[in-house]
Ligand binder design. Sequence first.
Ligand code: GDP
Ligand code: ZN
Length: 388
Amino acid sequence: MGKKRAGRKVRVDFRPNRQQPRRRDDWTRQYRAEADRLEDEKLVESVRAKGELSRKRTILVDQHELPAVDESMWLHGTVTRVHGLICTVNDSQGRSWECTVRRVLRTLLIETRSPVIVGDRVWFSDQSKVSGGKLVGVIERVDPRTSCLSRRDARKRRHAIVANADQLLAVVSVAQPRLRPHLVDRYIVAALKGQLRPVLCFNKMDLLEEGSLAENEEQDRGELTVREAIDEFRRLGYQCICTSVVTGVGLPELRDALQDHLTVLSGQSGVGKSSLINALQPGLKLPTREVSADTEKGRHTTSRAELLRLDFGGYVVDTPGIRAFDLWAVAPGELEAFFVEFIPYVQKCRFGDCSHRYEEGCAVIAAVQAGQISPRRYRSYVKMFSEV
Ligand code: GDP
Ligand code: ZN
């Protein structure tokens, strides 16, 4: 990525992280818009405030707000909650600050339709001295985002929900409720679509060992056993963590996977998400879900996302609104790119727009027949294709 014009630096920063640049989709477009916005912001910033002198001028303009502090005194933190005009910001020492956004910045962010959201990394000035020692501050600057997940409201407008998330932890249970590998495939697609690294957690392993295996095997007659299904995901290259809150197995590995990441948590209710989080960090509670959010339709997804801070480093975000994330808005044509094992075959199909379902000369179908692609994964693809 050597030769780039200076003004394009922001793009260079995030490109190497993009794992699925194959198709330009809405999400990518939004992502680019975001990058453009950041570039614009940089421009505006350099126009309005180049160097210390003009920064002082900015502060002068802003004299009605709380007094600003020298930039070198700014603290760095992560926004964990947004409530109206107040953001809760966690600093590097784990302290929690209640911050407003400096008006100049707020105006700029409103103009670019991009308010501060959870996950944003921000610089803020300490205003505790003028607030009787309470940990309050003013957000002065927002760092460029490395990712941005959004949801769409009923009028199809996008709302950014979480910034800087880097992985998606899909929690499923191997029994009660029984494992549905197709659902795992969906989480993988959702994660890749959102440019998040998928991490798969198979919980309630104790039930598998106790003999509930029989139940699973019976229902899966002629299909893969739970262990075979997990092995299949492993062979595809996805991190698979087998856990049990009851025996404690896999918990250290899960902890390692979460440490220092901003992880989006997903999984149906009852699979053990709350139990897992609580086992990793006693006292840490997932926000209780609203009933309406469980309808999968996202009837009322007004509930706000909130980051939970992990003592051992990193954040987890779990929000009912996640179901309405644009993660699921995958176009049929881009689905193939999210099935990693299809990729070597896709170019070999006779037709450029092959959907790999019935076309003649389809290299993907041939690979399934030759045993190079798992029939289960292939069926999963076909099922998803008919849905998107
Ligand atoms: P959530 O809805 O995904 O947050 O799931 P919960 O954490 O509330 O767990 C649902 C149920 O599964 C509870 O009764 C838990 O006690 C139980 N559970 C959670 N993890 C395990 C596990 O590893 N093994 C077993 N046997 N039960 C579990
Ligand atoms: Zn094909």
